[in-house]
Design a protein around this ligand. Sequence first.
Ligand SMILES: Cc1cc2nc3c(=O)[nH]c(=O)nc-3n(C[C@H](O)[C@H](O)[C@H](O)COP(=O)(O)OP(=O)(O)OC[C@H]3O[C@@H](n4cnc5c(N)ncnc54)[C@H](O)[C@@H]3O)c2cc1C
Length: 379
Amino acid sequence: MRSKSQVVVVGAGAFGGWTALFLLRRGAQVTLLDAWGPGNSRSSSGGETRIMRGTYGPDQPYTKMAARALRLWKEHETRWARQFFHRTGVLWIATSENARYERSSLPMLREAGIAYEELSGREVGQRWPQMNVEDVRWAIYESESGYLTARTACQAVVEGFRAEGGEYKQIAVSPRDLEAGIRDGLLLSDGSRLAADQFVFACGPWLSQLFPETIGARRIRPTKQDVFFFGAPAGDACFAEPKLPVWADNRDRFIYGIPAADGRGFKVADDTRGPEFDPTSGERAVSEAGLKMIRDYIAFRFPAMKGAPLIETRVCQYENSPDNHLIIDRHPKAKNIWLVGGGSGHGFKHGPAVGEIVARLLMEDEDPDPLFQLARFEK
Ligand SMILES: Cc1cc2nc3c(=O)[nH]c(=O)nc-3n(C[C@H](O)[C@H](O)[C@H](O)COP(=O)(O)OP(=O)(O)OC[C@H]3O[C@@H](n4cnc5c(N)ncnc54)[C@H](O)[C@@H]3O)c2cc1C
């Protein structure tokens, strides 16, 4: 009899890294695998930054989950003497008085204990004169929210995991026959096999390829998302942290940005789902049409940045579930396989909260919240 439960976690992104860490802390013997490394440039958790906010409209339980996650992010900053979270505040702009998403967020924020103010368009313009507020009716300002570092945080989680006794290997899992269950161990890219009691697949956009029947493109559809970084004038203090908060602009399109940080430029992106994208072989070049749209937007909302040079771009992919809710469930035919993903453009912030949940489910042999189960797609 082995004394410890053995678990293999595949994928060291925002979900897998934290899951591996919390499984370890619950007493499991954990091996974490990743094909290209934590926060690699193909992964959805790659890149510099991700927004940490509680405004979620009626799409719950994410406001409370974000509040729990932020506590965990901060706890680990202290524990590891690292900075992940930047408290710039998050400004959520509403261009109509009765904006349903924003209005329905307010009671959720209150209930979750996330600090916020309601600002009029005029107040937004007074606080942040860099912004053109002519169509801003009101806004939610989450003063205690902000952004997280992404790639470096994933790397730090794996470092922390290893320091606490976890084993990490950079190696790929073969997609062959996973749907049939894992009997003689997990087949790895070097031809070896890795046995364990339970397996967690936190493979982001790759889940659909690894489990074509159970997940497939109808359950997780990776879409190409372009991210643009513009250069502010030399010596600028208006478009960089801490002079500007993270902002989210819910107009005909949902456009968001993060102030220039760490010398990286003023980040702007469109949340509209792009074309389907292969996370392994997709070419990561932004579209001309996307760039033009973003330039027009900036000229309108941040007039002093009109014509600012594009200094960096990134292409990432969302791993969208059909309802944008997370997927946390056992494989329907193999009870020792867990599938964790479906971040749908909002998963990163929740990483530690998701890791905590998944570790509890596995170690206590509990069933996941029906909202996260695959059976919801059958209804
Ligand atoms: C442009 C963009 C902006 C976003 N903005 C935000 C935001 O502001 N706030 C927010 O909270 N979220 C945001 N998100 C969403 C968030 O980043 C993702 O939901 C989250 O990072 C997904 O993490 P994951 O661990 O599920 O997947 P991933 O990070 O993709 O991790 C999966 C890992 O699995 C590994 N892997 C895959 N196949 C194999 C295999 N066969 N063998 C071994 N390893 C394998 C990969 O290498 C990868 O590292 C954004 C996403 C994008 C693309």
